[in-house]
Design a protein around this ligand. Structure first.
Ligand code: MN
Length: 201
């Protein structure tokens, strides 16, 4: 069974005014769809049909070198976008709660301090990529960025939430002003989902 573009759990205009309907629709139906189609081609070329995306992305070393780059680019693009759409919600915004809030406070002192560092990481990422809150391989919270479509699960990280800082993620509405997109993202970030992921680590 080939990988399929997942349906979004909300309408294209549900994240307005923070994330505009036109960008969401193109981002999902064109960009994410292209990654999905190309991931299927890369999977077929590498003879990996039948494996889950997680199985494939956590065993990159076993993929022949000449097939690996396409898997990293398109498999990462498929998985990262699945994760991204589930990390934002029309009911998002606010701050982390529960055990995740406790862990953030223990690490950064306050949600505001965490927010400042995450925003700086996302804003400062050079070129295309992503900023993530993860549980790292020492079991600690960490803010990391990945380039292009590199997927954090490939190095054992457990992502909790993410912002896409590729220009395609924001350019129609926010043009070259990435910080405005990051500000908007905080209004749709789904902290219930992030806590659910944290509690499952
Ligand atoms: Mn994207």
């Amino acid at each position: 069974m080939a990988f399929e573009l997942p349906k979004l759990p909300y309408a294209y205009d549900a994240l307005e005014p923070h994330y505009d309907a036109q960008t969401v629709e193109i981002h999902h139906s064109k960009h994410h769809n292209a990654y999905t189609m190309n991931f299927n081609k890369a999977v077929e070329a590498a003879g990996l049909e039948g494996k889950s995306a997680e199985e494939i992305l956590t065993s990159l070393d076993s993929i022949p070198a000449d097939k690996r780059t396409a898997i990293i680019n398109h498999g990462g693009g498929y998985w990262n976008h699945n994760f991204f759409w589930e990390s934002i919600s029309p009911n998002g915004g606010g701050e982390a709660k529960g055990k995740l809030a406790d862990a953030i406070n223990a690490k950064w002192g306050s949600f505001a301090a965490f927010k400042e560092e995450f925003t700086a990481k996302a804003a400062g990422h050079f070129g295309s990529g992503w900023a993530w809150l993860v549980v790292n391989n020492s079991g600690e919270l960490e803010i990391v960025d990945t380039h292009d479509q590199v997927c954090p699960i490939t190095t054992g990280l457990k992502p909790l939430t993410v912002i896409d800082v590729w220009e395609h993620a924001y350019y129609l509405k926010y043009k070259n002003v990435r910080p405005e997109w990051i500000t908007a993202w905080w209004n749709v970030a789904d902290w219930d989902k992030a806590e659910e992921r944290f509690n499952a680590v």
